[in-house]
Design a protein around this ligand. Structure first.
Ligand code: 9MR
Length: 371
């Protein structure tokens, strides 16, 4: 029998056992970002306290599971550009530094949006002034993070669910040209960032057709638009997988990337009038509308797990078209759906519960990659 010097045997033993234990560790502790590494980025929206790393357990969860971040609120115009001559970059600088430190894909949300709009912008009536403000806003923010923020929601929620253009200070003052103008400004400020149009109810046929028409008009002007963001604020039974698939195919036929930018699945009843994710809607909180205030029954956990699994199987089927899947929040405790469309409910829309424990839905998502 051939014998090896002691130090070589020792080296081989240590190397093997450390590889083995890493592998063991990996398979016992799967994580989202590695599981989908070859397919698309897995992101989360983070709030102010998470950007500032105030809670160690939340921070550990974010960096171990996600390889992309979006700021849930701090980059919206009323926060980042509160007055004409004043930008507030403190938190957005921290957000970008957090992403860089953790080698994450950083997404900017959002440049032009009718909601959470700085009140002083909403009051502008003069078209030249509004164009100048758009130019200053987009150029200042995008160039500050040039080469650091990888992609932007340039325009958010400009189309109504019936396919008409949403009335906003931008549409009313500048007409629909404001859409192409916003993309033109963003492309000039950072030619290498990916530029997205982002909206909810993107599986609704009338809205889908209108978004496609809008993107084609921007493309026809020779202006750069790289992707379409389907927010993905969905329910247990709607939209159907078939409707989601139709939208993935129709949007990617435009030659742009498709991203799922704000994914969450509400398990609570929704008032019948409810449309998409229009945040101006609020309804009354009654026990019937808040059926699981303490915990989510097993039968609904199962339904949520199956729903997420069906959705991720579809995402994997179209991984060549999908750039990123971002959840709207890290865990159930922080979700906006606890307060919308009815204040003070307990919803369970994400993969981690309010105690940061992975839910059945988490494992069902991880398992979609297993043959
Ligand atoms: O999650 C955000 C919530 O904290 C804010 O109160 C709300 C106010 O506009 O915006 C929520 O995020 C929205 C996102 O920016 C755009 N798409 C719909 C999201 C849910 O309303």
């Amino acid at each position: 029998m051939k014998t090896y010097p002691f130090f070589l045997t020792l080296f081989a033993t240590i190397t093997f056992s450390s590889c083995y234990s890493q592998k063991e560790h990996h398979s016992k502790n799967p994580n989202l970002k590695d599981t989908f590494k070859k397919s698309f980025y897995i992101g989360t929206a983070i709030n102010e306290s998470q950007i500032e790393e105030k809670n160690t357990a939340e921070n550990t969860l974010i960096v171990s599971q996600f390889n992309s971040i979006t700021a849930e609120n701090i980059m919206k115009s009323m926060n980042i550009h509160p007055q004409k001559e004043k930008y507030a970059f403190d938190l957005s600088d921290k957000f970008v530094a957090f992403g860089q430190k953790n080698k994450m894909f950083i997404h900017g949300h959002t440049l032009i949006w009718h909601s959470q709009l700085s009140p002083w912008i909403a009051e502008i009536k003069d078209s030249t002034e509004l164009k100048n403000v758009m130019k200053d806003h987009i150029s200042t923010i995008v160039s500050r993070y040039k080469g650091k923020i990888d992609s932007w929601d340039v325009v958010n929620e400009a189309v109504n669910d019936d396919g008409t253009l949403r009335k906003s200070v931008f549409l009313e003052t500048l007409g629909e040209d404001y859409l192409a103008y916003a993309f033109q400004l963003a492309a000039k400020a950072d030619p290498n960032a990916d530029l997205y149009y982002n909206d909810y109810s993107m599986t609704n046929p009338a809205k889908r057709e209108a978004v496609i028409k809008m993107v084609k008009k921007i493309q026809a002007k020779g202006i750069k638009i790289d992707g379409i963001g389907m927010q993905g604020h969905w329910q247990l039974n709607s939209p159907t997988i078939d409707e989601i698939e139709k939208s993935i195919l129709a949007y990617s036929d435009l030659g742009v990337k498709v991203a799922f930018t704000e994914l969450d699945i509400s398990v609570l009843p929704s008032p019948w009038e409810l449309q998409g994710a229009e945040i101006s809607q609020q309804f009354e909180n009654t026990p019937k509308m808040n059926p699981y205030p303490q915990s989510l029954p097993d039968s609904i956990q199962e339904k949520l797990a199956k729903r997420y699994s069906d959705i991720f199987k579809l995402f994997l089927k179209h991984k060549d078209k999908i750039s990123r899947v971002t959840f709207w929040g890290v865990h159930d405790g922080q979700s906006w759906l606890n307060d919308w469309p009815i204040k003070g409910r307990t919803n369970y829309p994400l993969l981690f519960d309010a105690k940061l424990k992975p839910k059945k839905a988490y494992y069902s998502v991880i398992n979609t990659t297993k043959k």
